[in-house]
Design a protein around this ligand. Structure first.
Ligand SMILES: [Mg+2]
Length: 269
């Protein structure tokens, strides 16, 4: 097991919208829980099924910290969390939590993992925050406003699809993984400038929102992988859409032009 050092973000900048601020506070509570016990947590890696579907005590403790904070601050809201399931609320709002998105990266000492806290109403996801502890940065969004630790407005890129750098995310199902490698990736590579494999949907969507990636394709994702990221991408002027590609669901994110190009590349597989 490799040593993993995390940095907790501190400054919350000028997040002056209530749900974005609460999402960020909760995600930072998760990041603190990871940071306080990272070395100890790395002794507790177990698999949830497939050998690459990992969970650590860090995931569980971070999730506990996030839920505790949200339950104190907004007790009537529902909760959907990756490791512990769901709880009904009465407010019509539901927090969607991934305590560590990119656990395999975390376990291997790689920096691309994130705490992801999104918020949905009956109309869909409308707020959220992603904290990347090992990068020491964060972004939070509500409606059409997005805030970041970098202190400037985030915006999706404006390149054409053949100039786009696109990240692809694999799911845990072996059949879908094989289909992704044999069909999805070649179809994309033929259309975009180049592609990357980061291993965290939340980190990828953060990067789409700040324009350092132009697009993202995620396969058979769970809502907690992408809830906060959807809020960031939409607030940064981007678009998110799920399309059927062969026998799998492909979640697409990027500028409207890049999403249209990705959809065109995948829809006839
Ligand atoms: Mg997770």
């Amino acid at each position: 097991m490799r040593e993993n050092k995390t940095l907790v973000t501190s400054a919350r900048g000028s997040v002056d919208l209530p749900y974005a601020a609460l999402a960020l506070e909760a995600a930072e509570e998760g990041a603190k829980a990871i940071d306080e016990h990272a070395a100890e947590f790395l002794q507790s890696v177990t698999s949830k099924g497939a050998r690459y579907d990992l969970v650590t005590r860090a995931d569980k403790e971070a999730e506990r910290a996030i839920i505790r904070h949200l339950s104190n601050r907004s007790p009537s809201d529902g909760i959907l969390a990756e490791e512990t399931g769901s709880r009904e609320g009465t407010s019509g709002l539901r927090w969607v939590i991934d305590p560590i998105d990119g656990t395999t990266n975390f376990v291997h000492g790689r920096r691309d993992f994130a705490v992801s806290v999104g918020l949905e109403s009956r109309d869909g996801i409308f707020a959220g925050a992603v904290v990347r502890p090992a990068h020491g940065d964060w972004a939070a969004a509500e409606g059409d406003r997005v805030f970041s630790s970098a202190g400037h407005q985030m915006s999706v890129s404006s390149v054409r699809v053949n100039e786009a750098l696109v990240a692809v995310g694999l799911c845990h199902d072996a059949t879908a993984r094989a289909f992704t490698l044999r069909q999805i990736v070649p179809a994309l590579v033929a259309q975009v400038q180049d592609w990357r494999w980061v291993g965290s949907a939340a980190c990828d969507l953060f990067s789409v929102a700040d324009g350092s990636l132009d697009g993202y394709v995620g396969i058979n994702l769970s809502i907690w992988d992408i809830a906060a990221g959807i809020a960031l991408v939409k607030a940064a002027g981007g678009q998110c859409e799920t399309v059927r590609a062969g026998q799998i669901d492909a979640f697409l994110a990027g500028s409207p032009e890049v999403v249209a190009g990705l959809k065109h590349a995948l829809i006839n597989l």
